[in-house]
Design a protein around this ligand. Structure first.
Ligand SMILES: Nc1ncnc2c1ncn2[C@@H]1O[C@H](COP(=O)(O)OP(=O)(O)O)[C@@H](O)[C@H]1O
Ligand SMILES: [Mg+2]
Length: 398
């Protein structure tokens, strides 16, 4: 793992355990499982939505990292708290937690970061290690299949090390139970032998800091949640904050970006830095080929039209869903399966890729009777919303 935060080579090696274990090195498993990238850094995100399930070409405004984005994301990651844009509350709270830990010369409490993909959870976890001057280890919930995997990892941690478990809500149950004691008392029980003769050998761990990240904090069990001393909930970014993200990224990438260009891209980025950075790169490509390389508002607008991203950040799939809902089903209510057939997509794709943002943007509502279009959706399509506000049963309703 090349985290860029100090030398992790002395700590990153779990091969001593790998030798004894049939499935090898826990650390690298985490990386290869989660995103298929053996270089495994940064984009080590594992998500409930599999990017492969999306139709090609519609992914430009996905909040999930694309497979080939690992490297560029690592370049663009803020490395210190001061570079981390936006989320003022989280930043301030975290600063206090870290400073007081440094003052006491003790590892800080365990930290839970929750929020949608692409908002900077992995970046913040690395920043925690960087600010503490501590080594950093990355793994993910789905990669920890057995309690033994976790025990091997935990016993190899150096004092003060920051262990990042991404998608921690997906950790296997026996491993989670082991984690309770490790987090609370810095101790694990290693099971030796099998059946009635099995014995538990208690092992002390070096005090460490666990940073857990989750996109689904509701799925965390109570006991696990309770063991985090500090929980930060990350929220979508304001356009002004995304403009700052974009200006910073433009600086790193050497892209000339005007203020108006930044405004134009920020407004279409769905409140998500990962998307902002991706759109910036696409617009930069366009600017280099079709213009003089400078990203102005006009260039951004033209480029994003080419990539099918509209003023609200809706892409082709989002628009198809809205269009079907409004034009074909009179604004609903209509079941998600019918809607999926109407746009020629899998139900999961509609449900997990398009709908969350449409709901957040106030364009679509999920009701027990089905999906309905809000008046804002009609207006966005250039249509007058029906008088009653939200459409009642229509011809298509059965
Ligand atoms: N606050 C921020 N300031 C600057 N860039 C950010 C910020 N948050 C996220 N990013 C950018 O977005 C990308 C995705 O962030 P990441 O930490 O991987 O998100 P998550 O782990 O929540 O999915 C990173 O490459 C980083 O460049
Ligand atoms: Mg992440």
């Amino acid at each position: 793992m090349t985290s860029g935060f100090g030398d992790t080579s002395g700590f990153g090696d779990t091969s001593g355990f790998g030798d004894a274990r049939s499935n090898g090195d826990t650390g690298s498993n985490a990386d290869t499982r989660s995103n298929g990238d053996p270089a495994g850094f940064g984009g080590g995100d594992a998500f409930d939505v599999q990017p492969a399930a999306l139709s090609e070409g519609d992914q430009i405004v996905s909040a999930l990292p694309a497979v080939d984005e690992t490297e560029v994301e690592a370049t663009l990651r803020p490395k210190r708290l001061a570079e981390f844009v936006g989320q003022p509350k989280v930043r301030e709270q975290l600063q206090v937690v870290l400073e007081s830990a440094l003052g006491r010369d003790r590892p800080p409490d365990h930290i839970l970061l929750s929020g949608p993909p692409g908002l900077g959870k992995t970046s913040l976890a690395m920043i925690v290690a960087a600010e503490l001057g501590a080594p950093f280890r990355l793994t993910s919930g789905p990669a920890i299949e057995r309690a033994g995997d976790l025990a091997a990892l935990l016993t190899s941690l150096a004092e003060g090390e920051v262990l990042f478990i991404d998608e921690i809500h997906r950790i296997a149950r026996p491993a989670e139970e082991l984690l309770y004691m490790a987090m609370e008392d810095f101790r694990v029980d290693i099971m030796v032998g099998k059946g009635p003769g099995a014995t538990a050998i208690p092992l002390d761990l070096a005090p460490f800091t666990l940073v857990g990240a989750t996109t689904r904090s509701g799925l965390l069990t109570g006991p696990l949640r309770d063991r985090f001393g500090f929980t930060a909930h990350m929220d979508f970014y304001e356009p002004a904050e995304l403009e700052l993200v974009l200006r910073r990224s433009a600086g790193v990438l050497g892209v000339q970006l005007t203020d108006e260009g930044a405004v134009e891209i920020a407004g279409r980025s769905r409140g998500t830095p990962r998307i902002a950075n991706r759109l910036l790169r696409r617009v930069r490509d366009f600017a280099e080929v079709r213009a003089d390389g400078v990203v102005t508002a006009d260039v951004a607008r033209d480029a994003l039209a080419v990539y099918d991203v509209d003023e609200l950040g809706l892409d082709r799939l989002d628009k198809a869903v809205l269009d079907a809902l409004v034009r074909r089903f009179g604004g609903g209510p209509v079941g998600v399966s019918t809607l999926a057939v109407a746009v020629g997509e899998e139900i999961e794709t509609v449900q997990e890729v398009a709908e969350p943002f449409l709901v957040r943007a106030g364009l679509l509502a999920r009701t027990p009777r089905g999906r309905i279009a809000t008046p804002a959706a009609w207006l966005h399509l250039g249509l007058m919303p029906p008088k009653s506000g939200i459409a009642g049963p229509t011809l298509f309703d059965t």
